[in-house]
Design a protein around this ligand. Structure first.
Ligand code: ATP
Length: 512
């Protein structure tokens, strides 16, 4: 199965089992907006708790807030979003399709890179053990030609995007002979800047001042509350403020399922530090955040850092944690050293001081900020896609299993009476009524036991227990483990301990 086919089947699986639905599906859907179903919301809540506990509960100097989505419109002028939160757009005149000009060029560069890798693979096959990859890359004419072209286009693209020369961006698309994937033509419009913020009206519709925005990031709600939290919480620098909440972006290229949505959730933490200490905190947070990811157990090779060489005007260091999604390595989390840009801008635009008096140095200053910003939906997709597995069993049967980290599984325990009579359902209910206070349980008495196991495998339930006639006499049940499919007979009294041992979030948090 190709990666593309696998991705398609995991999207279908997410719908079939109530994880994720297309928004407004009965009206043919709303593009790049999704709803989380009955199991999706459980998994999402568990991810949020893992992040919140790791950031807020385990760090005495980090506290959380929950700020409103609507904010004063001046905030977005101060932050630079009104002026510069833009994507360069281009339309194909024949298909009437709209594209991000930078994405068209990036896809073109990616194709050149692909050609290079294919050539190297061919060389490997041809020369076998004597293959010298470095020499091949340095001398093969096809590799060299594509390398020069890729570097040239990348450099020109960066230069024209950074200088805001949109005509040069268009010319580059034409020079590279990039055609619209739908119409196949190269009949392009001008490139225009398109602001990604959604706007709406508050109060009187006619007044211009009534225009407000749906926040495109949660961070600004933290910046404008910096002094409220610092003073009321008696926080001393260094300290952090964390928040989980919705953000909205009118994304042009909205594809790849929940990877790029128009309404999504972020988990952000702004860490306020002394000026001059930001780079060492940036390094510490990079390391701490990677540890958080690795403790999920999805595999070290799934992650890599991408350090930004081109920095945004407000940053003096930035790195992404990228994840190996079914469509390749892409940004999952950003860690940015944002200097004193945001607080200084709010000081300027609001006319209110955003300073901190440092009792240790007897100085007043605008703190510097290191932020960690992760997409909740992208984390969901990372965990979900790397847990999804289609297996062929020894007996020839197929099974689909979600090998979710047990502590995140939506349902931790399935309680299954072997038959629907002889007092087995009542016995099963009694166990469930006790354990439901500890973990999310699901009761199921329909269909054969094999079918019920498959249903639980498909939603990632780490444990199933089966109640049979013997249970009534010796108070034991059969426990079956999702990953190994092994079964063992255990006393009912031991169940809580066995389950909690495996699904404990504490154990995972202790690793980070
Ligand atoms: P990208 O380059 O992929 O558009 P970004 O650099 O604009 O992302 P940030 O502004 O740094 O993203 O936002 C922080 C995090 O929020 C990202 O790492 C990502 O996980 C998440 N995020 C951003 N945009 C979206 C979106 N449209 N849909 C889902 N998650 C998003």
């Amino acid at each position: 199965m190709t990666q593309e086919e696998l991705f398609k089947s995991l999207i279908a699986h997410a719908k079939e089992y109530g994880f994720i639905f297309q928004s407004s599906e009965v009206y043919d859907g709303l593009s790049a907006v999704y709803d989380y179903g009955q199991l999706g919301v459980e998994l999402k809540n568990n991810i949020k708790k893992y992040w919140w506990d790791a950031m807020v509960r385990l760090n005495e100097n980090i506290v959380g807030i929950d700020s409103a989505i609507f904010m004063h419109p001046k905030i977005w002028e101060a932050s630079g979003h009104v002026g510069a939160f833009n994507d360069p757009l281009i339309d194909n005149k024949d298909s009437k399709k709209r594209y991000r000009a930078d994405v068209l060029l990036e896809d073109y560069i990616a194709k050149l890179e692909e050609k290079i890798e294919k050539e190297v693979e061919k060389g490997k096959k041809k020369f076998g053990e004597t293959f010298d990859e470095a020499q091949f890359r340095a001398t093969n004419p096809n590799v060299l030609r594509n390398r020069v072209k890729a570097d040239e286009v990348t450099a020109k693209m960066n230069e024209s995007l950074n200088s805001g020369d949109l005509e040069a961006v268009r010319q580059l698309i034409i020079d590279c002979e990039i055609a619209c994937p739908v119409s196949g033509s190269r009949n392009w419009t001008e490139v225009r800047q398109f602001n990604l913020m959604f706007s709406t009206q508050m109060g009187s519709v006619s007044e211009d001042a009534g225009t407000i925005y749906l926040r495109p990031e949660t961070a600004q709600g933290i910046f404008v509350n910096f002094l409220n939290v610092q003073k009321t919480g008696r926080m001393k620098i260094p300290f952090g403020i964390a928040q989980i909440g919705k953000a909205f972006r009118n994304e042009i290229v909205a594809r790849q399922f929940i990877f790029r949505m128009r309404e999504f959730e972020q988990m952000e933490m702004q860490f306020f530090v002394r000026p001059g200490e930001e780079i060492s905190w940036f390094e510490k947070w990079k390391e701490a955040r990677l540890k958080w990811h690795l403790a999920l157990g999805l595999g070290e090779s799934k992650y890599r850092f991408h350090n930004h060489e081109k920095l945004a005007h407000y940053a003096n260091a930035a790195a992404d944690i990228e994840f190996d999604f079914p469509f390749g390595f892409k940004e999952l989390e950003g860690i940015h050293s944002r200097t004193d840009f945001d607080l200084s801008q709010h000081q300027k635009f609001s006319g209110k001081k955003m300073q901190y008096f440092d009792p240790e140095t007897n100085e007043n200053y605008v703190p510097y900020v290191v932020e960690t910003s992760i997409g909740l939906d992208r984390t969901f997709l990372a965990i979900y896609s790397s847990s999804y597995c289609e297996e062929k069993l020894e007996n020839g049967e197929d099974r689909v299993v979600l090998r979710l980290p047990a502590f995140l599984a939506p349902v931790k325990l399935a309680v299954l009476p072997l038959v629907k009579k002889d007092g087995l359902p009542e016995f099963a209910r009694k166990i469930m009524d006790d354990l439901k206070y500890d973990v999310n349980c699901q009761y199921d008495e329909k269909d054969s036991i094999g079918k019920r196991y498959r249903r639980q495998d498909a939603i990632g339930t780490p444990f199933c227990i089966t109640i049979d006639h013997q249970s009534l006499t010796d108070n034991t049940v059969t426990i079956r483990y999702r990953d190994s499919m092994e079964q063992e007979r255990v006393p009912v009294d031991n169940l809580r301990k066995i389950i909690e041992e495996k699904v404990s979030m504490r154990k995972v948090l202790e690793q980070i």
